[in-house]
Design a protein around this ligand. Structure first.
Ligand code: URA
Length: 254
């Protein structure tokens, strides 16, 4: 009986031994052969993965250039440009929104429209400087539908979120933040890989699969949709309180 890696010298020796030995020893040798084959397969695959990683961007600038070429889902066809994450590579906190809006699509920068202004105000009130935060989105192209001449935001679907997760993971690998905040359900879906009910986990200290601390709160756009002024103010303060709590918990850990 030949083991799968007969080309290697080790396996040839084993072949000879197999024919010359008794059944219990043969079983043992067969096991050793399988182990050897699995080992060489793993080593080969790991090598290929490492080699690929070495060719991939390791700086935010290089990553941005790669993102600009993205055709991983059809959204790129209808957007003006890709909107990559923005911030210092040394940022300890990463905020993840849903997708760029109309203004972001035109500017090529995240959170520069009305939701961004609200986010800036909330960060300031929570004592977090925007320059210290890496701000990005779960989906990097603006998804919309035309209503007359207006481009109306359309929520990305699970396929688009999953396809774009590739870029978010690469941003995370480069920035390596101490904590990540999912702003709304789309970001939470991307980060946790499953549907998350915001109200169930809001403000809790969670952990992502790779051990990074994570928090979930509402998206600032949700605040903009609240019609009642008093209710909107109350929800805004609750959002600020979430951010403040996150900042405090990071202070404790550093
Ligand atoms: N909403 C988002 O989720 N991201 C932005 O960049 C702007 C609005």
């Amino acid at each position: 009986m030949r083991v799968p890696c007969v080309e290697t010298f080790g396996c040839l020796v084993m072949d000879v031994l197999m024919t010359a030995t008794n059944p219990p020893l043969r079983t043992l040798l067969r096991g050793a052969g399988a182990l050897f084959w699995t080992g060489s397969f793993v080593v080969h695959r790991t090598g290929a993965i490492i080699e690929r990683a070495a060719r991939e961007a390791t700086t935010l600038d290089a990553l941005r250039a790669e993102e600009a070429q993205c055709e991983r889902c059809p959204l790129y066809e209808f957007a003006t440009q890709v909107v990559p994450g923005e911030g210092r590579v040394s940022s300890r906190l990463m905020l993840v929104g849903e997708q760029p809006g109309d203004k972001e699509d035109l500017a090529g920068r995240p959170f520069v429209g009305p939701a961004g202004r609200l986010l800036d105000e909330a960060l300031e009130r929570a004592g977090i400087a925007r320059e210290d935060v890496f701000v990005t989105n779960a989906v990097k192209h603006f998804k919309h539908e035309m209503r007359g001449k207006r481009r109306l935001h359309k929520r990305p679907n699970a396929y688009e979120i999953d396809r774009c997760k590739w870029w978010l993971e690469r941003e995370r690998a480069i920035v390596h933040p101490q904590a990540i905040v999912a702003l709304g359900a789309t970001a939470a879906r991307s980060l946790f890989g499953r549907v998350i009910t915001i109200t169930k986990v809001r403000g809790q200290a969670l952990v992502l699969a790779d051990g990074t601390a994570a928090f979930v709160t509402i998206h600032p756009s949700a605040l903009l949709r609240i019609q009642d002024g008093a209710e909107r103010q109350q929800q805004f303060l609750a959002f600020v309180a979430d951010l403040r709590k996150i900042a405090k918990s990071m202070e404790r850990k550093s």
